[in-house]
Design a protein around this ligand. Structure first.
Ligand code: ATP
Length: 302
């Protein structure tokens, strides 16, 4: 059963079409990623899901409810962490959690949540004295303090150093394992690949692909490259005659064979038949970065 259904969503700001006919569903218990370049319409889409914006057209259903009409009911069941959430400078970590917990009927225990998010030692620290990573973890805690069934997290790890980013990923996996469905907006490929069960790639307001990270890579950028140094001179035709091979290039003493399907097996078999040894053999497969470039024409962030 989908917990979120977005159908033919449209939203424009004046002349700018931010979301142009977006549809997707999110299943219970999954981490669903919304990936796309800057300005693609990701935030606007999740704001419509969170009930913070009204769509111009289309339908959004969250837990069977309408995010605008049924906002009061959904507030208890959907936690939202939006970009750059700002809190008053002097508000302490513990106070912020207590305050937010008071907004909910059945909140999580703020103390437990603080420990779980690794903020135990910062309980009495004012917001302005937290590091970027700590602010981020606090904003996740605030999204989770109402014990939501769905958490919407926007640009979760932007601005974090690599270690803080990894820690945050581990945390999100724990949250998912506790049964919370997560919608994650990101423009980091590694984050999408590591965390998301399924992804919608959005570009210029449209969904250009929707699949698991692995499914996306194999459908959009299925090519593999095999690099090696042959032990004896070898004719390109040996490879170009193989149906799996799309091209052969030479760089220095290296042969680079590009192809699809079981190209590795095809190439190694033909080499063996010709008694050629392939030294320094490496197989390079496409990544989500390649698929992203293919789909959007943009270089991925980082
Ligand atoms: P980013 O990754 O940079 O946050 P995004 O994919 O989340 O981008 P949105 O923030 O949804 O994209 O913006 C989509 C488009 O709508 C952009 O062209 C943006 O400039 C425009 N836009 C967003 N919010 C507003 C607003 N309040 N008023 C006018 N235009 C807006």
């Amino acid at each position: 059963m989908p917990v979120i259904e977005v159908t033919n969503l449209h939203k424009r700001y004046g002349d700018v079409v931010a979301v142009d006919d977006v549809s997707f569903t999110v299943e219970a218990g999954e981490i669903f990623g919304i990936l796309g370049p800057n300005g693609a319409g990701k935030t606007t889409t999740v704001e419509c899901v969170a009930g913070l914006r009204s769509p111009d057209r289309g339908r959004v259903s969250v837990l069977g409810l309408d995010p605008r009409r049924d906002a009061t009911q959904l507030r208890e069941r959907v936690g939202v962490q939006l970009q750059e959430s700002q809190l008053p400078d002097q508000l302490r970590v513990g106070e912020a959690l207590e305050l937010y917990a008071s907004f909910y009927r059945d909140p999580a225990d703020p103390g437990e949540l603080i420990d779980k998010l690794g903020l135990g030692e910062k309980r009495k620290t004012p917001y302005k004295k937290l590091s970027g990573g700590q602010k981020q973890r606090l904003s996740i805690a605030l999204a989770l303090v109402g014990n939501p069934e769905i958490a919407i997290l926007d640009e979760l790890t932007t601005g974090l150093d690599p270690q803080a980013r990894r820690d945050t990923w581990a945390l999100i996996e724990q949250v998912r394992d506790s049964g919370v469905t997560i919608v994650l907006v990101t423009h980091f490929m590694e984050e999408a690949e590591r965390l998301c069960d399924r992804l919608a790639v959005i570009d210029r307001g449209r969904v250009v692909a929707l699949d698991s990270p692995a499914g996306l890579v194999s459908s959009v950028a299925p090519e593999q490259r095999i690099r090696f140094r042959p032990s004896a001179p070898v004719d390109d035709r040996l490879f170009t005659d193989l149906p799996e091979v799309t091209s052969v290039q030479r760089t220095g003493g290296q042969v680079v064979v590009t192809g699809t399907g079981d190209v590795l097996h095809a190439v190694t078999s033909v080499l063996a038949r010709n008694q050629i040894i392939a030294a320094d053999l490496r197989l390079e497969q496409s990544t989500l970065d390649d698929a992203f470039v293919e789909l959007t024409g943009h270089r991925p962030a980082e």
